[in-house]
Design a protein around this ligand. Structure first.
Ligand code: AMP
Length: 453
């Protein structure tokens, strides 16, 4: 099905053409016809699949159809998102798709003064995109009324739960009219999401997008075994390579983010940080500068792991391994978006090996080892070295081998074996990496400047 064949307003089709979208993505083709009919939906889809337009286009269509000019408008659609960045990004998408009509959207999120948001709300708006905390504040102040909401979207529902927003979400839902269209989107559908969906959705259509455009197939993944103390030097080396044009570096703690940014700046590398202790204005400024290529490195906690759409991101670097295996997919999914190429490098210290094991089990894939860097651990790890990730991206379905991080001194025979093994595997990996770099260069040269890095 093409966009032209969909029963969307001409104004929306014209905006889509202007965005350069040729065909609907899988989730759009599957979801839009049902959402235009007014059905409820339970969608399991990662970000990067075109999920936002899948719900935004039908909502704009419904709102435009019902719009009456002249009088002050109450919001008729509400989209709840877990983070401020995601709320702003969704708002930008709504603005793009309704650029040819009068449908008006605003984003409401915490961390900035309420004043501007209140002024905009009072002027009248059709679509509210909000994070739960600020929306509740404004509801309690009676600045916002949700009694005219016809369309409700709960986006990234599993992250909402993870971030402890469930009580806020429930309180907000209590303000919505019973008679409405509801959509719930979530990257994963664990039991609590099933229960939540049963409460808020009526006879929903279930839409699922898996496999083809998951990061596992599009992102070139590798792991660097490195001692914790050498991670910063390894990071600097990687950031200085020509192929690293823009990198998002994930770090576990806020203080870690700040420390790394300082060290990079001291070394002449333009970097900025995004984490929960930064004000919203600082976070947005950092993101905008990064998107505009004014800084090439953004160091972030997992607040930036979900949803954020950064065009032309060449590398995701897991400076610290993610604590939860699912977070790995969210993080690496920030690169290689909308058909582009991307690399994800994970720095794994001996203390983090159990996290690597859990990730590999979760993705059912062995991540290739990059043994070419200068900071390889003294006790070179055997795990991952025998069979690098299947280059076609197919999961290997091999069992994870246990890793021995023994600190005991090896005896002579063990030492000889280890040296031989290390030399052979390092050679073999150097060759693989060389080939890979060559092919990567080729791929990049073939890439169009508009779509490339
Ligand atoms: P999302 O999954 O909503 O975050 O979208 C990921 C990216 O895909 C965004 O940059 C969108 O602008 C882009 N996108 C969405 N739909 C299409 C489409 N039909 N064709 C091309 N790009 C799209």
């Amino acid at each position: 099905m093409t966009f032209e064949q969909m029963n969307l307003h001409q104004s929306i089709k014209s905006a889509i053409r202007q965005s350069g979208y040729e065909n609907p993505t899988e989730i759009q083709a599957n979801a839009i016809p049902y959402l235009l009919e007014g059905r409820d939906m339970l969608g399991s889809a990662q970000t990067g699949t075109g999920k936002t337009a899948a719900f935004a286009l039908p909502i704009i269509h419904h709102v435009e159809k019902r719009m009456t000019s002249g009088r002050k408008r109450l919001p008729t659609a509400l989209i709840l998102a877990p983070t401020r960045e995601l709320a702003l990004q969704i708002k930008e998408s709504f603005d793009t798709y309704s650029s040819k009509n009068q449908v008006k959207a605003i984003a409401i999120y915490g961390g900035v003064p309420k004043r501007n948001q209140i002024i905009k709300l009072k002027r009248g708006v059709d679509i509210l995109i909000a994070t739960p905390g600020r929306l509740l504040d404004l509801l309690e102040m009676k600045i916002v009324r949700l009694n005219a909401i016809n369309h409700f979207v709960l986006d990234e529902a599993d992250q909402m739960l993870d971030m402890g927003f469930i009580d806020d979400v429930n309180k907000i839902i209590a303000h919505l009219p019973e008679n409405r269209q509801s959509m719930l989107f979530s990257a994963t559908i664990p039991k609590p999401i099933v229960l939540l969906s049963q409460r808020i959705l009526t006879n929903p259509v279930r839409v699922e997008v898996i496999a083809d455009n998951t990061p596992l197939k599009t992102v070139e993944q590798s792991v660097c075994f490195v001692d914790k103390s050498s991670k910063i030097n390894l990071l600097k080396d990687i950031l200085k390579q020509d192929t690293t044009t823009s990198a998002l570096v994930f770090v576990r703690t806020k203080s870690g983010c700040n420390r790394i940014v300082k060290q990079l700046l001291d070394n002449g590398i333009a970097a900025d940080a995004i984490h929960g202790n930064k004000t919203q204005i600082q976070r947005q400024k950092a993101l905008n500068k990064f998107k505009a290529n004014e800084t090439s490195v953004l160091v972030a906690t997992d607040v930036a792991a979900r949803g954020i759409d950064i065009n032309a991101l060449s590398h995701v670097i897991n400076y610290d391994m993610p604590e939860k295996p699912e977070t790995y997919l969210h993080r690496i999914g920030r690169t290689a978006r909308a058909g582009k190429l991307g690399s994800a490098l994970s720095f794994c210290s001996p203390e983090e090996n159990h996290l690597l094991k859990a990730i590999q089990k979760h993705i059912d894939m062995r991540i290739a080892v990059d043994a070419t860097h200068s900071y390889i651990q003294k006790n070179t790890q055997k795990t991952n070295q025998r069979s690098p990730q299947n280059r076609s991206g197919q999961p290997r379905h091999t069992k994870q081998k246990s890793v021995n991080f023994s600190t005991k001194k090896p005896n002579d025979t063990q030492r000889k074996k280890r040296e031989k093994y290390t030399a052979e595997t390092a050679d073999s990996f150097r060759n693989t990496a060389r080939k890979r770099t060559k092919n990567y260069g080729k791929k990049r040269r073939n890439f169009s400047p508009q779509g490339g890095y």
